[in-house]
Write a new protein. Structure first.
Length: 642
């Protein structure tokens, strides 16, 4: 191996592992691997590499972040060439790990984290994963043992799909790359039903029966490719966590210390770096701490010129002025948004219906013109109780009058107009959903508040002959697995959000949209030390009947404008309803939800789709906007891959 410097990278990885050497020798497989690497080029446009061993192919595309020498490549090999590694991610504590390994006599020939990761694995096996502070997905091939070790970070910040077919194990950072291999394209109807409720597919499943996601915080060592792979969870679950003995004052100081250290670790880069700054509390807190250590900090936000209900740019400007950052606010009009909708849809390699992917894509694309790395506030809502449903749950449990009043108001609310596109209609929509949940048990309520559609609404969209009892039973079992901890205490609700909403919605959106634009996004609030600390704290340190994200809000109060500290939660949304009723209406009617195509496709009930469209164009569209967007994302994916 050359004596050169390697640097930290955020990339795309792919590979093939088999027990038959003939498979790897097959020129078709090698061509498919090359196609998979090409499909990941947006994740790593700076270079790519491929390794072809006797039983294994490994490929990688690279986005250079630290120590930008042109000489470093992956796959990365051990000194004796026994091990080959492909790696997507960053290890933020690699310098400390390197120092510990050096004390044990291990010599290093590079300055980056890739060599540290490989040596740590060689000497400590899967136990090494517990020491890693960062985000990652990687695979190590052992040429002597003929085994493949594969792993993913604690919270699933970096994606990794896999498929097993005819004794061959395929994996890739994105499904679009995985589908370059001979992977069967058969819809998973249980996943489709969950998607129609949530607008995303929870891991470990995907929209295809034969494609799975490696669970977050898990690893596997594969020697023989079997039909099912057994994954080990290498780290302790964040919940339940041993309760801390901190007083609130002491906890606030420790919280700030941990967040400050997390931000500092994520400011290291040899390329331009900035922060996303929406004007919300999470991104403002991360930006405030970053500005303490980086006086020339660049910040980035978007705004909507003619959509005041969705526009947060004023708050971002307030924070920027107070912190004296180099702020860039990109004001968007409908023409720009329409152009990027198709880019967003084409970036999806699995149906994904969170409409905030649109502004995230645009923000990432425009930010990438200035920097290669951005820090974000992802994780704050799930970790500290920032969602409306969290406040609603606290009020239900702590106010004796709230529940009966909500239930009594339910029938009245249903006759009022509901819409996400105006203040009053959105308030009625939220209140009606709250009233529905108030009469349910904790598990049913959580699922209702986490969903864009009820179970009966979702299943009604599907043709009856396409969805049998077996699939329905599978869907119920999957739901039970996702919510198994719910109801024990308030921290169990936050933990369920971490496992469901954060891992399958927020982190997927951030990774896909940023990496589609070759931008790395780092998330200081998801440093595992901070996550575990927060889950050791009593719920009242995080949320009360009147204050959400209390410990974060009060920890950074001295750094931020009062207007930002006092403002209510504002979702990172897009004005979809107006688009659907104007510029995108013809595409909905003639392309995505065309009656003829719906009938030919044979998946959905044409009458139900028609009713959903009528609701969209009515005076009370409710959640039909989110549901229509989810269907558009599915139909675009279906046309592309089927």
């Amino acid at each position: 191996m050359k004596n050169i410097q390697f640097y930290r990278t955020v990339c795309g990885i792919t590979g093939v592992f088999t027990v038959s050497p003939e498979t790897v020798k097959n020129p078709d497989i090698r061509e498919q691997a090359a196609g998979a690497i090409a499909a990941l080029a947006h994740r790593g446009p700076d270079s790519n590499g491929i390794y072809c061993g006797e039983y294994c192919i490994l490929g990688q595309t690279r986005l250079n972040i630290i120590d930008n020498t042109a000489a470093s490549d992956q796959p990365f090999y051990s000194k004796d060439n026994r091990y080959a590694l492909v790696y997507n991610g960053e290890i933020f504590n690699f310098k400390e790990l390197r120092a510990d390994l050096a004390k044990k006599g291990i010599a290093f020939h590079t300055n980056g984290d890739t060599e540290v990761l490989l040596n740590l694995y060689i000497h400590e096996g899967r136990q090494s994963l517990e020491k890693l502070n960062g985000f990652f997905a990687f695979a190590v091939y052992d040429t002597v043992e003929n085994s493949l070790f594969i792993a993913r970070d604690r919270y699933g910040m970096k994606p990794l799909y896999y498929s097993i077919s005819k004794g061959v194990f395929y994996f890739a950072s994105e499904m679009k790359a995985l589908l370059k291999y001979p992977v069967e394209r058969r819809l998973d109807y249980s996943s489709l039903l969950q998607y129609l409720q949530l607008n995303y597919v929870p891991a470990p499943d995907s929209m295809l029966e034969g494609v799975k996601k490696i669970p977050a915080g898990s690893c596997a060592k594969i020697k023989i490719v079997e039909k099912d792979i057994s994954f080990w969870r290498y780290c302790k679950e964040s919940y339940p966590h041993e309760p801390s003995a901190y007083t609130y004052g002491a906890a606030k100081k420790e919280f700030f210390r941990l967040l400050d250290d997390s931000v500092q670790k994520r400011l290291i880069a040899d390329v331009p770096l900035g922060t996303f700054l929406s004007g919300g509390l999470d991104s403002s807190a991360v930006t405030a701490i970053a500005s303490l250590h980086k006086p020339d900090l660049m910040t980035f936000s978007i705004g909507y010129k003619n959509e005041p209900i969705f526009d947060e740019s004023r708050y971002a400007e307030l924070v920027s002025r107070k912190l004296k950052t180099q702020h860039h606010c990109f004001m968007l009009d409908n023409n720009a948004l329409f152009e990027d909708i198709y880019n967003v849809l084409n970036a999806l390699d699995e149906p994904f219906g969170d409409s905030s992917a649109v502004p995230m894509y645009i923000l990432s694309a425009k930010t990438r013109a200035y920097v290669k790395v951005a820090l974000s506030g992802d994780g704050g809502d799930e970790l500290l109780g920032g969602y409306n449903k969290h406040r609603a749950e606290v009020r239900l449990n702590h106010s004796p009058f709230f529940k009966p009043l909500a239930i009594a108001a339910g029938p009245l609310l249903k006759i009022l107009p509901m819409s996400r596109n105006d203040t009053f209609g959105n308030l009625v929509r939220k209140a009606s959903k709250f009233a529905e949940g108030a009469s349910m048990n904790a598990v049913e309520r959580y699922w209702r508040w986490a969903s864009v559609a009820k179970y009966n609404e979702a299943i009604a969209l599907l043709q009856k002959n396409r969805f049998g009892e077996t699939a329905a039973e599978t869907e119920v079992k999957r739901k039970q697995q996702l919510l198994y901890n719910l109801g024990k205490d308030f921290n169990s609700l936050l933990y369920t959000d971490m496992k469901l909403v954060l891992q399958n919605d927020m982190l997927v959106k951030t990774d896909l949209m940023s990496m589609s634009n070759s931008l790395e996004v780092r998330m200081p609030l998801l440093d595992y030390r901070l996550v575990e600390f927060c889950f050791s704290l009593p719920a009242e340190y995080k949320i009360t009947a009147t204050v959400q994200k209390k410990i974060l809000r009060e920890s950074v109060a001295h750094l931020l404008p009062e207007e930002v500290l006092q403002r209510k939660k504002h979702g990172f949304e897009a004005p979809l309803l107006k688009w659907f009723r104007t510029g995108l209406r013809s595409a909905i009617e003639s392309e995505w939800l065309n009656d003829g195509f719906i009938k030919e496709q044979g998946l959905f009930d044409a009458n139900e789709i028609s009713g959903l469209k009528q609701s969209l164009y009515s005076a009370s569209p409710g959640d039909s906007v989110a549901r229509i967007w989810g269907l558009i994302a599915f139909q675009n994916w279906y046309r592309k891959y089927f």
